[in-house]
Design a protein around this ligand. Structure first.
Ligand SMILES: C[S@@+](CC[C@H](N)C(=O)[O-])C[C@H]1O[C@@H](n2cnc3c(N)ncnc32)[C@H](O)[C@@H]1O
Length: 314
């Protein structure tokens, strides 16, 4: 159920409460909103993100996911053969419930826990891999979260985080999103375009969501700063790569437009246009733009590192 205006206001000074409210609210419709699936399309997407930053690392025995949402990253990585057994965790009980249900539907060996990434409720040196997608930018104390990640990893264990907004990327994505929202909601007030206007109650609900979004988003990252969090916690082999430049410049207005008009107006041809457009531009970004454009200008950051193994005594 959507949070009330009073709940939204109470969460303004409390990013963790805002995260629980916002993501509990989103849990039931999250997969649909973000076109998340557990088939070949998203398995390939998740495994490609993992490989883009961690190369041919793995497979791993036991993986833990922080901020799992509905399970998009770890469940698809497990289906892609990256890990055998999983633990999905999230601050939002609603998200953990959906992630566990999704895992059961897929027949995966996964347990779910409601957990804060700053105090991970698992023993020291107990997992082989820690993963997360679009979660680091929500965590208020990232130094503490990285210390926890290194604590729960076995020596030699690896972490992989993907889908984090860069500082420059977040700036242009927000500007494009705001301009698209403004243009669409104003143009659809005009006579012939009125049938493309979403009911006012739904637009008001979106505005309340946007107000919470401003609180749940705690960070954007310069790639060097993201690497520093991991290095400061003691990780080695730390590496941050970035991706999506033209794909993000195309994707954010498209996604905002989709959110601003009634979903029944956009059929299969639109979905194909959006997906194929994003795919082609991603190809260009990976094979052409990444060779000439500085990494800080791309939209998405991915980071990996390893908990050092103790020296072998001879
Ligand atoms: C943008 S969603 C991403 C969900 C999923 N990983 C995905 O990519 O679809 C971020 C998730 O992180 C969770 N989260 C936010 N702060 C957290 C924290 N301190 N500890 C654990 N999870 C947190 C939210 O509840 C939410 O489910």
């Amino acid at each position: 159920m959507a949070p009330t205006q009073a709940e939204v206001e109470a969460a303004f000074d409390d990013p963790k409460l805002a995260n629980v409210l916002y993501h509990d609210w989103e849990a039931g419709t999250y997969d649909e909103k973000w076109s998340i699936s557990y088939d070949e399309r998203c398995i390939t997407f998740a495994v490609d993100r993992f490989r883009a930053v961690a190369g041919d690392a793995g497979p791993f025995e036991h993986a833990l996911e922080l901020g799992c949402g509905t399970g998009f990253f770890l469940l698809n990585l497990m289906q892609g053969g990256i890990a055998k057994k999983g633990t999905v965790t999230d601050l939002s009980p609603g998200m953990v419930e959906v992630a566990v249900r999704n895992a059961e539907g897929l027949g995966l060996d996964v347990e779910g826990r409601v957990a804060d990434a700053e105090t991970i409720p698992v023993p020291d040196a107990s997992v082989d891999l820690v993963v997360g997608h679009a979660v680091l930018h929500h965590i208020p104390d990232l130094d503490q979260a990285f210390r926890e990640i290194l604590r729960v990893l076995k020596p030699g264990g690896r972490f992989v985080f993907a889908g984090e907004p860069t500082t420059v990327g977040d700036w242009y994505a927000r500007k494009l999103g705001q301009a698209t929202w403004w243009a669409t909601t104003n143009l659809t007030k005009l006579g012939p375009l009125r049938s493309w206007r979403r009911p006012q109650a739904e637009l008001d609900e979106s505005s309340r969501a946007a107000a919470l979004e401003a609180v749940v988003d705690q960070h954007t990252f310069d790639p060097v700063r993201l690497e520093r969090f991991a290095l400061a916690a003691g990780a080695v082999d730390v590496r941050c790569v970035t991706e999506e430049l033209t794909a993000a410049l195309f994707g954010w207005p498209v996604r905002t437009f989709e959110a601003a008009v009634p979903s029944e107006k956009l059929g299969f041809p639109w979905a194909m246009f959006a997906y194929r457009g994003w795919q082609r531009l991603s190809w260009f970004d990976e094979h052409v733009a990444s060779r000439v454009v500085p990494r800080a200008l791309f939209y998405n950051a991915l980071v990996t590192g390893v908990r050092p193994a103790p020296p072998v005594s001879l």
